[in-house]
Structure formats: C-alpha cells, structure tokens
Design a binder for this molecule. Structure first.
Ligand SMILES: Cc1cc2nc3c(=O)[nH]c(=O)nc-3n(C[C@H](O)[C@H](O)[C@H](O)COP(=O)(O)O)c2cc1C
Length: 184
C-alpha cells in the first residue's frame, strides 16, 4: 500500500485488543505527533502513556466523576464506567499545555495539540495498529485531571485507545471531496 493510500484509508477502530503498542511503535508514533504543524514551534502539548494498572486508576477516576456523588448509582453502571479505560491495552493521552507567547494565541496552540493527536492516530494506522481518539465529560473532569497529575492550566485533548484491531479493519465512508470545496 502506498503512503497516500495508507493515509486515505485511516479509520477509527473502536474494538482493539492485545498486544499493546511496542516500544518501537511508540517511538514512531510519538515522532509523528511531534511533527504537528506548530506556530513558533512552541510544542504546546505533552503525552502521557497509560498501560496496565494505570488504566485501572483512570477507569476509577472516570467512574468517580460519573457516579462518585450519586447515592443511587447501580453497581453495574459503576463497573461499566471503570471498565471503559480497559477497552485498549495502550492508552496515549495528548495534553494541551498552553505556552505564554505575545503573538501566538492559545487557540492556535490548541489546534497544534489536536494536530499532534491526529498524527498519532494516523501513524498508528500506518503501522497496522487500531486506534480511536476518545474524549467525553469524564475525560475532561477534575477527577481525571488529578489522576493524570495535570497542572492547573493543562487540559486533555485526546485519550487515544491503541491496540490491534479485534476484527477486519473497517473501510472509511466514501466522501466526494468536491462537495467540501468552493472555487473562487
Ligand atoms: C476532539 C474529538 C473527540 C472525540 N471524542 C470521541 C469520543 O469520545 N468517543 C468516540 O467514540 N469518538 C470520539 N471521536 C471521534 C472518533 O475518534 C472518530 O474520528 C469518529 O468516530 C469518526 O470515525 P473515523 O475516524 O473512522 O472517520 C472524537 C474525535 C475528535 C476529533
């Protein structure tokens, strides 16, 4: 498959299984993330790897956010929330870290962090891994920020679930690029 075919066939893979990402794959994936377009080369992001027991702690933090304050939460719902972080052997979190810069606004820096996340899922796909970018209110919560030991001004941009595709790699939907293009 050519590089452009690999790029165009990228698709999210919701069901991934062991084995997780190897150290060589991780190195390449991180290098891809670090090639994000980045005004001023501020690198307004960092990455956090969660494997093994760290995923259990993430699941507990997500469950604490969703059900910690509820007295009538069912055991099943609490257990389901805890298990969410166990849906992949490797989780890679992309954290937005704003940098002070007189000319480069924070919105541009958030975009850069998002580009890093996009390059990570794209590189994972090109390496034959399954990947999906996930977020949600629990991931954005203070419980999860505390678990990830984020600084006050930092914020999760993506929780990327990585592993081997549990089935055949799905095909992306057909989209006609012309419908997204205007010519002046
Ligand atoms: C900022 C952002 C947040 C997302 N959060 C979630 C999420 O919480 N759960 C989910 O299933 N998909 C989420 N997605 C979408 C998937 O990663 C995926 O891109 C989408 O389902 C489209 O599938 P495709 O990538 O195969 O085209 C998010 C995407 C972005 C860019």
């Amino acid at each position: 498959m050519s590089t452009i075919e690999a790029l165009l066939s990228r698709v999210s893979v919701p069901r991934v299984i062991e084995p997780g990402v190897s150290s060589l794959e991780l190195d390449l994936i991180l290098r891809a993330g670090l090639r994000a377009c980045d005004h001023g080369r501020l690198k307004p992001y960092r990455f956090i790897l969660l494997e093994g027991e760290a995923r259990v702690r993430l699941g507990e933090a997500m469950s604490d956010y969703l059900y910690g304050g509820l007295v009538d939460a069912s055991e099943d719902a609490i257990e389901a929330a805890k298990n969410k972080a166990l849906r992949a052997p490797t989780l890679l979190s992309v954290i937005f870290c704003p940098r002070n810069h007189e000319k480069i606004p924070e919105t541009e820096q958030v975009i850069t962090a998002g580009c890093a996340a996009q390059l990570i899922v794209t590189a994972a796909h090109m390496l034959g891994l399954g990947a999906i970018w996930r977020t949600g209110s629990a991931i954005y919560s203070e419980d999860v920020s505390r678990m990830l030991e984020l600084d006050e001004n930092e914020q999760v941009v993506a929780m990327i679930y990585l592993g081997r595709s549990a089935g055949d790699m799905p095909s992306p939907p057909e989209v006609d690029p012309e419908t997204f293009l205007e010519r002046l």
